[in-house]
Design a binder for this molecule. Structure first.
Ligand SMILES: [Zn+2]
Length: 688
């Protein structure tokens, strides 16, 4: 992309210094056409900075090479951060077009950085004499991480191999962007419009949410089921219309697999082949070997060992669950075999029968605003943080901001929450940052966002969450805390810049506090009466913790296994993706009544950028850590034990990538984790 420099550059809000409150980007003034010139200028500036480092006649030093690298590319980072927040949470045709242009350019730019042999030789020179440089522990870690990054990117390879890597990287970037846009296109183009008569079984909140969804899609007066998880899952849970459940479910699991221009199977096959080729150029047998070499697990075999340990037990538990659900079908006088689109519906019924508990009873007590307060309260009790709402011009009216301060009243971060689903937002839930913490250029505090897809209520109605939604809110807020509490000097090590099989520890660990009774007692309040959740209801809710966990574990673990298998293919050329998925599920004996939580054609973790490619096992790996870590609070007899919380902050939430993850965990817990707490948490400990 080339954009003639013009006098308008001086008015480009992306290139101006941001001086308003919290130095937030001036969202109100930013228009899509500002991004092209801003990217051009920021890329050129970063290139010039890198050239200057290489051209420095002085012998390489930590300061003139590593610190200089850490200080470079700041404009590019700011512009990228703003752009990708919008591309994820409030996109448009114009933003999508820019994204298609910019992603290969950014990949090319990363190549000029990480495949820069002159730059690498300075780093390698420093690394070789690292023990004689007088570095402190953090500086030594930064140098080691830079060296590893460059080596893993191919900086040490010969020119022909580097040229091929450069081509592969650019192509992968384009394919990843296209993949995510295809999924969004399939989600946008589907809405199952319903009339009053079609709503049998739906509780009030689901009727209200589907009315609001139809409204947002331009069908006022109707009801609509969309492919946002909150919308389709609650429909599957409650609708007694088996035909409509099947229709919605089929659309949901076929995202990215509908033929035509949005079909993702060919792009996936190409991505898998390119990743495999890249791994081989870098000296690894498969992409999974390459990917896990720099993770806490280290090898695919270690990740697989954990998944295998869980898989057999999960299938056994799911088989028991299936039998109970089938018994319900039969008891109702129906004679069909339970299908995938029936599971959630009968599970909800069984939960009601077994525990006298249904979602409609819980939901009025789980108000979005109160659950946000519950997440804040937990952070106050663990880490002494306070949250004050602030009114700032953000990128969408549904996004809200809070100023975060510590016990001494010092500013810790700005937190932005953007909770409601809309058609301009990609599906899923994530945490991201507009600015990371660091101390290299002053005490820079982070600006952190949580983006979710909860159903938006009709005007005047309270936003109500399912317990799963509340768990998602806590999960993403745990990631946010990892960014906000970060206390490092060098940006490279800030916050969530840790291996992906460790990054889910702070988020999944945080979910445990949602189940701490005193948190719900205080914050689960009925939306109409303001009454706290009755003790008996709370007890019944907590008693259902391990209910349907066979299903949940199978749904997840199948994805992790298929991901590992796909990225362990020794000869990953021209794979038929549908066929691969089918055969692999057959190999692991996937129960036919359960569908992968993310089928390959819409598996964004693996293919929309690839952050979790050969890494979806990370959630289970981190769960071993989070279950074991929460047990430390249980052993202390207090879910907010101050001494345990202090260690947790020092070695996990505040520590970024200061230490090797295993060392960090040992420093917190005094030992490495065992799998026992995880099996207990999922109710799998007693399963043969
Ligand atoms: Zn997460």
């Amino acid at each position: 992309m080339s954009h003639p420099a013009s006098s308008s550059d001086s008015q480009n809000p992306l290139l101006a210094r941001w001086t308003s409150g919290f130095e937030l980007p001036p969202f109100a003034a930013i228009r899509p056409e500002h991004f092209g010139p801003a990217f051009d200028q920021a890329l050129a500036k970063h290139r010039a900075e890198l050239d200057a480092i290489v051209a420095d006649p002085a012998a390489p030093s930590f300061d003139n090479t590593i610190v200089a690298l850490e200080r470079s590319g700041r404009e590019l980072e700011s512009v990228s951060n703003v752009f990708f927040v919008l591309a994820g949470a409030d996109t448009s045709d114009e933003i999508e077009a820019i994204e298609r242009d910019i992603s290969p350019l950014l990949a090319r730019h990363r190549n000029t950085l990480y495949l820069n042999r002159a730059l690498f030789s300075r780093i390698a020179d420093l690394y070789a004499k690292r023990d004689a440089l007088g570095l402190n522990a953090e500086q030594a870690r930064v140098l080691e991480r830079y060296h590893a990054r460059f080596v893993r990117a191919g900086a040490a390879l010969e020119k022909p191999a580097q040229d091929r890597l450069a081509v592969i990287n650019e192509r992968l970037a384009s394919l990843g962007t296209g993949f995510a846009q295809n999924v969004l296109a399939d989600e946008k183009s589907f809405v199952m419009l319903l009339e009053e008569d079609d709503l049998a079984g739906l509780p009030d909140f689901a009727r209200a949410a589907s009315k609001a969804a139809a409204d947002e899609r331009g069908h006022p007066g109707k009801y609509g089921i969309t492919l946002a998880r909150s919308s389709v899952e609650s429909f599957l849970q409650f609708s007694s219309r088996r035909d409509l459940r099947e229709k919605a479910f089929q659309a949901w699991i076929r995202r990215g697999e509908n033929g035509g221009t949005t079909d993702n199977r060919a792009p996936i096959a190409e991505m898998v082949a390119l990743r495999s080729e890249r791994a081989k150029l870098l000296g690894f047998a498969t992409f999974a070997d390459y990917r896990l070499d720099d993770q806490m697990a280290k090898t695919p075999a270690a990740a697989r060992k954990l998944l295998d340990e869980v898989w057999g037990r999960a299938r056994a538990k799911a088989a028991d669950e299936r039998a109970s659900l089938q018994a319900m079908v039969t008891k109702e006088g129906a004679n069909f075999a339970l299908a995938a689109h029936d599971w959630r519906y009968y599970a909800e019924k069984l939960r009601k029968a077994k525990f006298d508990l249904d979602e409609t009873e819980i939901k009025p007590y789980l108000q979005l605003d109160k659950m946000i307060e519950a997440a804040f309260e937990t952070a106050r009790r663990l880490f002494g943080l306070s949250f004050k709402p602030v009114t700032l011009p953000l990128y969408h009216p549904d996004a809200r901001a809070w100023e975060v301060t510590d016990a001494q009243g010092r500013q810790v971060a700005l937190f932005i929450g953007d909770y409601f689903a809309r058609s301009s937002k990609h599906s899923g839930a994530w945490s991201t940052a507009l600015r990371d913490q660091e101390k290299l250029s002053g005490n820079i505090r982070p600006i952190v966002l949580n983006v979710c897809n909860f159903s938006k209520p009709a005007a005047g109605e309270p936003a109500l969450l399912s317990f799963e939604d509340a768990r998602t809110l806590f999960h993403e807020f745990g990631h946010a805390l990892h960014s906000m509490l970060s206390n490092v000097t060098y940006p490279l090590l800030a916050g969530t810049a840790v291996p992906s099989d460790f990054v889910e520890l702070p988020s999944q660990l945080y979910e445990h506090w949602l189940e701490v009774p005193e948190i719900l007692e205080q914050h689960a309040r009925h939306s109409r009466t303001g009454e706290p959740m009755p003790k008996t209801l709370l007890d019944r809710l907590l008693a259902t913790r391990t209910f349907n966990q066979g299903f949940a574990t199978v749904e997840y673990t199948a994805c992790a296994l298929v991901d590992l298998d796909l990225h362990s293919e020794p000869n990953a050329v021209a794979l038929d993706i549908s066929e691969f998925e089918r055969k692999d599920l057959e190999r692991i004996a996937m129960p036919p009544e359960i569908v992968m939580r993310h089928r390959l054609p819409h598996f964004q973790h693996l293919f929309a950028g690839g952050g979790y490619a050969a890494g979806y096992y990370s959630y289970m790996w981190s769960e071993v850590l989070d279950a074991d870590a929460f047990a430390a609070f249980e052993e202390a007899g207090n879910a907010f034990d101050p001494a345990t919380a202090r260690r947790l902050r020092e070695y996990v939430y505040g520590a970024g990538n200061l230490r090797d993850p295993a060392e960090a965990y040992k420093a917190f817990r005094g030992r490495l984790p065992t799998v026992d707490a995880l099996l207990k948490k999922r109710g799998l400990a007693d399963v043969a």
